[in-house]
Design a protein. Sequence first.
Length: 394
Amino acid sequence: MRILIVPSGFKESVDAEKAAHCMKSGIMRVMPEANIVELPMVDGGEGFTRTLVRMTKGQIHDVKVTGPVGQSVMSHFGFLGGDNERRTAIIEMAAAGGLRLVPRSMRDPRRTTTHGVGELIKAALDKGAERILIGCGDSGTSDGGAGMAQALGAKFYNKAGEEIVIRGAISLLELDRIDLSSIDPRIHNVQLDVAGNWFNKLCGENGVARIFGPQKGATPSQVQQLEAALEQYSAIIERDLGVQVRDIPVGGASGGLGAGLHALLGAKLHARYDIIMKYMDLDQLLNESDLVFTAEGCIDYQTPRGKIPAEVAKRAKRRGLPVIAVAGTVGEGARINYEYGIDAFSSISQMPASLEEAFQFTEQWLADCTESAMRTLLVGYKMAFRARLKEAVV
């Protein structure tokens, strides 16, 4: 049997590569002779840079930047290897503004900044980048990319004509005018591409404040403030820059960073898998497989809206392949995933546990859950074999 393992990472717990190793070990307990291929998948969030750099034999650069709560953090960006028409830098916003960089006691997305993302862009320009590919995902920010742009020279003013220092989305409530005349001129000479979730919008009922604000620590009243700030931001962008970002696809990626990159830096926004699949051979590996395993931190009603398990299942179903998903948790509306190509899913949790305790057991539970799924699958094979045997005797 040829088995393909294509997991996402589990936020703040294990990355996609470790998840794949754990799942493989679970399968091998049951079927050690299986031909197992691991393809850790990234979606623009954590691991995006290192994965693409590794796959293209490129180079990583470490750099110190401003983290999401204003502290100094060690971050990184990379350059793709291989034959590229342009010297392409890879940046994942999570390396400078990710949720894992926000201490739990400080999780208030009104007050986290993308300033460090701008510093990563500047560092890539300093190293001679001719094209910059930015992955959006796993963010702990919601400032619409204003902090990122300010790090590159953009200026933001209030009604009194005073320059605003962007310290998160809360600063956008004061915003009255945007001035891009002092932005780093090198920005105009590079190609900027953004890989993000096509379904993420900046504002409205399905905007980032309402959908992702609570995941980043926002209370219901703070969600309302976030929404008001981003509505104000989008209105002034449209008035001053002539760019509509309120509900464009990918505009809401990483707390509105997609909108900021597009409107303030002229970046082109892409559905993330259109970009990522240029560097990963998922479709070819699916052609060579009999069974597919995938994984995600949570399987729920949002999974079909651009999450890795749904993308893997969609491509697998074109080839008639069975797909099994394992998840840290099974959330609200998870059954909808049966309609999108996932044939079975289950939670890895084995006992009641706090989030911190669950993190300690993630690797073990991943292996155990995959083993259990494999054993259940073999029961089905044995039943089918016995049925065929009986038919042959008759």
